[in-house]
Design a protein around this ligand. Structure first.
Ligand SMILES: O=P(O)(O)OC(CO)CO
Ligand SMILES: [Mg+2]
Ligand SMILES: [Mg+2]
Length: 290
């Protein structure tokens, strides 16, 4: 079934204080998805940001500007944290005000190569607490949503994480991260090697943190970890995973810090702890200190 705003709303009945915001996020994610789907097969102007593997296109900017300008018209007092604004020097500060946390294209490298695993991600936090997340898989037209206390859905289907606790039976997802210097790559590969030595069934890299996290929420993978992702990769997905019954935590095994550029997520706390214990830290700094 194709997603629609009505379908998402029907999936989570009962009025809540942020319903209007949620509906706006759904509509904008679908609209952005249409633009991205069309642009996927067209010529692109590609630039680099923090490294040769950290890409941005005119479509990332177009979609981010569209989402922010539409939301600002409707919710003028709200604040915004967004990937391309941050790349241009805007500060990432999560205050107690209602704040939108936006990744206009998650999987830009995939998008550049026409690899069809590309999403729009819109998270929303109030009083520094994540209220809802909307992630739209642009090519497969799958709309993932999660609202605090009201469940997580893909189109109209309720999501449920895997209950696996044994790492030797786990499918684990990760992303490489933008740093590619020899020391970082060595740590990245050694983390993967540790999980393979622990006999994980597989470690996959699909090129989109948000969609990998949605696979985890769907029970199609048992765990996810990454160093070098950002608050806009994590915000929406965190609500979706928690509402699907999963765990999102820091790589130290402590509580998630949205600004810390690192995460472990799993269907069960046992699995998340096993992954956290296996990992060596790769330092990417913090989003709120850049
Ligand atoms: O394509 P983006 O938004 O740069 O994100 C990357 C992770 O940082 C893939 O998830
Ligand atoms: Mg992006
Ligand atoms: Mg991203």
């Amino acid at each position: 079934m194709k997603p629609s705003g009505e379908a998402a709303a029907a999936a989570a009945p009962g009025a809540g204080p942020w319903d209007e915001c949620f509906e706006a996020a759904v509509q904008l994610a679908l609209r952005a998805g249409q633009i991205i789907r069309k642009a996927l097969t067209e010529e692109k102007r590609v630039s680099t940001k923090t490294s040769a593997a950290d890409l941005v296109t005119e479509t990332d900017h177009l979609v981010e500007n569209l989402i922010i300008s539409e939301l600002r018209k409707r919710f003028p007092s709200h604040r915004f944290i967004a990937e391309e604004a941050a790349a241009s020097g805007a500060k990432c500060v999560l205050t107690r005000s209602p704040t939108w946390i936006i990744d206009p294209i998650d999987g830009t490298c995939n998008f550049v190569h026409r690899f069809p695993t590309v999403a729009v991600s819109i998270g929303f936090a109030v009083h520094q607490e994540l209220e809802f997340g909307v992630i739209y898989h642009c090519t497969e037209e799958r709309l993932y949503t999660g609202r605090r206390g009201r469940g997580a859905f893909c189109n109209s289907q309720r999501l449920q994480v895997s209950r696996e606790t044994d790492l030797s039976k786990a499918l684990v997802l990760t992303e490489i991260g933008p740093k590619r210097d020899p020391a970082t790559l060595k740590l990245f590969l050694s983390n993967m090697e540790r999980l393979l030595h622990a006999k994980a069934h597989g470690v996959r890299v699909i090129g989109s943190s948000t969609l990998a996290l949605c696979h985890l929420a769907s029970g199609a993978a048992d765990a996810y970890y990454q160093f070098g992702l950002h608050c806009w990769d994590l915000a929406a997905a965190t609500v979706i995973i928690r509402e699907a019954g999963g765990i999102v935590m820091d790589t130290s095994g402590g509580p998630l810090d949205l600004m810390s550029c690192r995460v472990v997520a799993a269907g069960t706390r046992e699995m998340a702890m096993l992954i956290a214990q296996a990992l060596q830290t790769i330092n990417y700094g913090r989003d709120d200190e850049k």
